[in-house]
Ligand binder design. Structure first.
Ligand code: GAR
Length: 217
């Protein structure tokens, strides 16, 4: 099964690139049918163009209000008939209507060991708290910000010498392996969203699958 996939992004798109690279190597059966961004200048859209994938920018500034803007995004998505929406650095909160329309078919990657640190500035907050561990989570998207059923996490240790930049670099290196892996599970029909938890190979994930940094890199 080749999943019709639309990637939503706001920035650099290194996760998107990792997904494209994995697909190009032949080990990820998805069909990327579009990349959509709220920022016309997002470098991630150039990655789509270079790969021959439809790049769509839907700027808030081109619409009179947030509602019509989201309606515009929903219409562009619908035209592509995606099986899955992959949020890869998309820095907007999906409205409830879109979450409902694509229920169980939207995944996100968030740079924290959720449920710790939903929202922004996770690296700064982890360092300020003196946490021993940080990481990233792939989860299903629901109405609750960064709180939908968790699927998988990558965990890294925080050392004395770490700062925001070193943590971000290590977390993102893990993301580039973790996200394609989760999408592979989806494309193989092994992953679904249940009422409360993700379901992998028929088992409810009351806790996400955790990979240590060394298992991924
Ligand atoms: C990723 O590290 C992702 O975890 C984070 O944005 C980065 C995007 O990088 N997402 C969030 O913060 C969502 N709350 P990329 O554009 O290079 O893939």
């Amino acid at each position: 099964m080749s999943l019709r996939t639309v990637v939503l992004l706001s920035g650099t798109g290194t996760n998107f690139q990792a997904i494209l690279d994995r697909r190009a190597s032949g080990s990820l059966a998805i069909e990327p049918v579009g990349a959509l961004s709220d920022r016309p200048g997002a470098p991630g859209l150039d990655r789509a163009r270079r790969a021959g994938i439809l790049a769509i920018a839907v700027s808030r500034g081109d619409f009179p209000d947030a509602r019509s803007w989201w309606d515009g995004i929903a219409a562009r998505l619908r035209a592509l008939s995606p099986d899955v929406l992959v949020l890869a650095g998309f820095m907007r909160i999906l409205p409830p209507g879109l979450c409902r329309e694509y229920r169980g078919r939207v995944v996100n990657i968030h740079p924290a060991l959720l449920p710790k640190y939903p929202g922004l500035d996770t690296y700064r907050r982890v360092l300020a708290a003196g946490d021993r561990w940080h990481g990233t989570t792939v989860h299903f998207v629901t109405d609750d910000l960064d709180a939908g059923p968790r699927i998988a996490q990558a965990r890294i240790s925080v050392g004395r010498g770490d700062d925001e930049d070193t943590l971000r670099a290590r977390v993102q290196a893990c993301e580039h392996v973790l996200y394609p892996r989760v999408l592979e599970w989806m494309s193989q029909g092994r992953l679904a969203m249940g009422a409360r938890h993700a379901i992998l190979d028929g088992s409810e994930l009351t806790e996400p699958i955790v990979f240590e940094e060394g298992q991924l890199l």
